[in-house]
Design a protein around this ligand. Structure first.
Ligand code: TYM
Length: 346
C-alpha cells in the first residue's frame, strides 16, 4: 500500500466515464483482445461515455522503429474499430494528439513518490537487471497512465489483470493530490477486471503471460493471424496428458489446461464451469479442434475487417483527428482547473 491516506471513498460526484488504452507496440494479441478490447464495446453499447486511446507515448518508453510505430498505431486503431468500437459513439484517438496527457503527467510526477514507482512489478520486469540503462520514461510510465485516466475524470477502467497495480497507483495519485490540495477534484478510479480471461497465458508455457514481447510467435495468437495459423498454434499449444476435469477445481494445478479452458470461456462468453460441464472428460485431442474452430469463428471476422480498414489509412487518420478534438474538449478544462488548484498563473 502507498503512503497516500485513504480518505475519499465515493465517486458519487463524478459522472460515469470509461477510459482505457492499449500500446501500439507490436501485434495486438488474444490477451489484449480477451483481457481488454472485447470488453470495450460492451461499455460503449450500454450508452456509457467511453474514451479509448492508442498510447504511443507509453510505447516509446522502450525503443520503437518510427515507421513501424506509425503502422502499429493505425493497425491498432483498425483493431479497435473491427472489435466493435464505433467512433461515432466512443472517443477514439492517439495519445500524443492530446498534449494534456503529458502535461498532467508532469504534475503527477511531482505528486507520485519514487518509492511508489520502484515497487511497480512491471518496472522491475521491464527494466530487469540493467535498470540504470532503462529510460526515465519507463520509470515514470505509471504517472502518465494516471494522467491518461484522470485528465478525463474517468471513473472506470477496463483492463487485464496485469494492469491492476498501475491502477492502484492511479488511485493513490488521485488521493494524494486531493489530500495535498484539500480538494475532491480527481475521482478514485475503479479498475474493471472481469471475465474468464483476464490473464491469458502463453500457449507454450501456462505460467507465463501471453505477451507481445515473447520472442516465440507460437506463444501467442495475433489478431492478424489467418485461420490456418490460429489452428496450428492451438494444435501445438502445450497441454498435459490428462483428460479435462468436469469442475474448475480440477484445473488448479494444471496451468496449461486451465489457460486453454479460460480462452475458450472468454471467446464463448461462458464461465469456466459452464465450459467444463460441456467438455469435462474429453481428451485434448478432441478439445483443441473445438477451441480452434471457436477461435477462428470469433477472430477471423476481426482480422478481415482490420485488413480492410488498413487499405484506407487516410480514413483512420481522420477518425483519430476527430476523436482527438473530442478528447481535448474534455481534457483542456480539467487540466486548466488542475493548474488553478496548484497555483499556476494562467
Ligand atoms: P498493454 O498495451 O500492455 O495491454 C493492453 C490491454 O491488454 C491487457 N492484456 C492482457 N489481458 C489478459 N491477458 C494478457 N495476457 C494480456 N496482455 C495484455 C492489458 O491488461 C491491457 O488492458 N499500461 C497499459 C496501457 C495504458 C492504459 C492506460 C490502460 C496506458 N494508459 C490507461 C488503461 C488506462 C498497457 O501497457 O497495456
Amino acid at each position: 500500500m502507498s503512503d497516500a491516506v485513504q480518505t475519499q471513498s465515493s465517486n458519487a460526484a463524478f459522472t460515469k466515464r470509461v477510459f482505457s488504452g492499449i500500446q501500439p507496440s507490436g501485434d495486438l494479441h488474444l490477451g489484449n483482445y480477451l483481457g481488454a478490447l472485447k470488453r470495450f464495446a460492451g461499455a460503449q453499447n450500454q450508452g456509457i461515455e467511453t474514451v479509448y486511446c492508442m498510447v504511443d507515448q507509453h510505447a516509446i518508453t522502450v525503443w520503437q522503429d518510427p515507421a513501424e510505430l506509425k503502422r502499429s498505431t493505425r493497425e491498432l486503431a483498425a483493431g479497435f474499430i473491427a472489435s466493435g468500437i464505433d467512433p461515432e459513439k466512443s472517443i477514439l484517438f492517439n495519445q500524443s494528439q492530446v498534449a494534456e496527457h503529458a502535461q498532467l503527467a508532469w504534475v503527477f510526477n511531482c505528486v507520485a513518490r519514487m518509492g511508489w514507482m520502484q515497487r511497480m512489478t512491471q518496472w522491475k520486469d521491464k527494466a530487469g537487471k540493467n535498470s540504470q540503462n532503462a529510460s526515465l520514461g519507463l520509470f515514470a510510465y505509471p504517472s502518465l497512465m494516471a494522467a491518461d485516466i484522470l485528465v478525463y475524470h474517468a471513473t472506470h477502467v477496463p483492463v487485464g489483470e496485469d494492469q491492476k497495480q498501475h491502477l492502484e497507483l492511479t488511485r493513490d495519485i488521485a488521493i494524494k493530490f486531493n489530500n495535498d490540495y484539500g480538494v475532491e477534484f480527481f475521482p478514485v478510479t475503479e479498475p474493471v477486471i472481469e471475465g474468464a480471461a483476464t490473464r491469458v497465458m502463453s500457449l507454450r508455457d501456462g505460467t507465463k503471460k501471453m505477451s507481445k514481447s515473447d520472442p516465440s510467435d507460437a506463444s501467442r495468437i495475433n489478431m492478424t493471424d489467418d485461420a490456418d495459423t490460429i489452428a496450428k498454434k492451438i494444435r501445438k499449444a502445450k497441454t498435459d496428458p490428462e483428460a479435462l476435469p468436469s469442475e474448475a477445481k480440477g484445473l488448479e494445478e494444471r496451468p496449461d489446461a486451465r489457460n486453454l479452458v479460460n480462452i475458450y470461456a472468454g471467446l464463448a462468453d461462458m464461465s469456466v464451469d459452464e465450459v467444463l460441464r460441456d467438455v469435462g472428460g474429453k481428451a485434448f485431442s478432441e478439445f483443441k479442434p473445438m477451441l480452434a474452430d471457436l477461435a477462428v469463428a470469433k477472430l477471423s471476422p476481426i482480422s478481415t475487417e482490420m485488413a480492410h480498414l488498413m487499405e484506407n489509412q487516410d480514413e483512420i487518420d481522420a477518425i483519430l483527428r476527430k476523436g482527438a478534438d473530442s478528447a481535448r474538449a474534455i481534457a483542456t478544462p480539467i487540466l486548466e482547473k488542475t493548474y488553478d488548484i496548484i497555483g499556476m498563473v494562467r
